[in-house]
Design a protein around this ligand. Structure first.
Ligand code: GTP
Ligand code: MG
Length: 373
């Protein structure tokens, strides 16, 4: 049996920007035209993004027999850094072992913690693994590695639930998270996905705080031919989103995706502001937002877990997108997020191209990460 033999070249975009610019003070009201001066960073980013207009998907068309293999290979390649940390470390201690002796348990514990599962989730995995192996009779003895794979898949499978945007119209997705987590990029990718599915999509520029955030969303809107409801930087985010829901309802939009300003989870006043945004949206209609999608950057490791907990307390998270799994060796944090937050993981981001947002699948993720064959 072979484990961990194949290697792929490192994923592109490995040194993805992880902007840590805090929430800037709002500038005074300005027209929506791209700004010529001030806020160079943001404006440059918009230009850079426009210049890097990603090509249309090069994947085989839907239904092609090679499609599944091709998509899986892309996922594997996106996760190559995390796999380096996770699989190779595990292989060294577990490969070929058929019994969980105390020395193996200790080595395994160390590897799982190093792979960013965190202490609690590591303990949970080891506990389930012990149970699983105890249940096996000796004749059906299976290698520890196979049992570990099943344990990891089980842990994630509980939290695999794709987002069904056809449940209501307009289906409203509110996207939240800390600064630079990948919210706006994820929105762009979602716009692309739903457009491709033939849905009528609209975006709402609820990040009225960071300079150039509105323009960044507009670039995505133009790229995918999707209307963007926006006001000027410094406008009230809640009222932009309220207006957007009205517009989406009037225009019979299928999916409305709302951006929000990045905010640190420990800044109480910013979290309160987010709660207010949700309250105002609900004044339109109690069903909205149908989804509060928390975007977490996998590269932030265990901090992503505390972000998840705080955002959940403030606005009630209904789903998670874990981004930048291609640029980090800390992909194991996804297990901790799933285990601690106990909310569906909807999507994973494995690159900056529109097609690099995937529905989360527990089996695919574990297989791509750990390379069990
Ligand atoms: N490699 C990689 N980069 C990503 C991914 N998702 C987002 N990015 C990059 O991360 C950076 C920040 O993304 P944004 O979408 O602007 O993040 P944000 O959360 O909207 O940021 P703020 O609005 O400033 O809070 C950009 O350079 C994106 O291209 C991903 O899955 N993989
Ligand atoms: Mg943004």
């Amino acid at each position: 049996m072979k484990f961990f033999k194949r290697r792929t070249k490192p994923a592109s975009g490995a040194d993805a920007e992880s902007s840590s610019d805090g929430v800037n003070a709002p500038s005074s009201a300005q027209p929506l035209a791209p700004q010529e001066d001030g806020n160079r960073d943001g404006a440059d980013r918009v230009k850079q993004e426009a210049a890097q207009d990603p090509p249309v998907s090069s994947q085989p068309s839907a239904g092609h027999p090679d499609e599944k293999v091709g998509m899986f290979e892309r996922l594997r390649s996106g996760l190559s850094r995390s796999r380096g940390q996770f699989a190779e470390g595990l292989a060294n201690v577990v490969l070929g072992k058929k019994q969980l002796d105390p020395a193996l348990l200790e080595a395994l514990e160390e590897q799982l913690i190093m792979a960013d599962l965190g202490l609690d989730t590591t303990e949970r995995v080891l506990e389930s693994l012990r149970h699983r192996l105890d249940r096996k009779d000796l004749a059906a003895e299976e290698p520890v590695m196979t049992a570990l794979r099943e344990t990891l898949v089980d842990l994630l499978a509980e939290h695999q639930a794709p987002l069904d945007v056809r449940l209501d119209q307009p289906f409203v997705i509110l996207v939240v998270g800390v600064n630079g987590a990948g919210k706006t990029t994820t929105i762009g990718k979602l716009a692309h996905r739903y457009k491709q599915q033939g849905l009528n999509v609209m975006l709402a520029a609820g990040d009225t705080f960071r300079a150039a955030a509105v323009e960044q969303l507009q670039v995505w809107g133009e790229r995918h031919d999707v209307p963007v409801i926006a006001q000027h930087t410094g406008a009230d985010s809640a009222s932009v989103l309220y207006d957007a829901i009205e517009a989406a309802t009037a225009r019979k939009v299928d999916v409305l995706i709302a951006d929000t300003a990045g905010r640190l989870q420990n800044k109480t006043h910013l979290m309160d502001e987010l709660s207010k945004v949700v309250r105002v949206m609900k004044k339109h209609n109690d069903a909205v937002p149908h989804e509060v999608l928390l975007v977490l950057d996998a590269g932030t490791g265990q901090n992503a877990v505390s972000q998840a907990v705080e955002f959940d307390q403030a606005v009630g998270i209904s789903g998670v997108a874990v981004t930048k799994l291609d640029g980090t060796a800390r992909g194991g944090v996804l297990f901790a997020i799933a285990d601690k937050l106990r909310r569906p993981i909807r999507f994973i981001g494995v690159g900056e191209q529109p097609d690099d947002l995937r529905d989360f699948s527990a089996t695919e993720f574990v297989d791509a990460l750990v390379d069990f064959q």
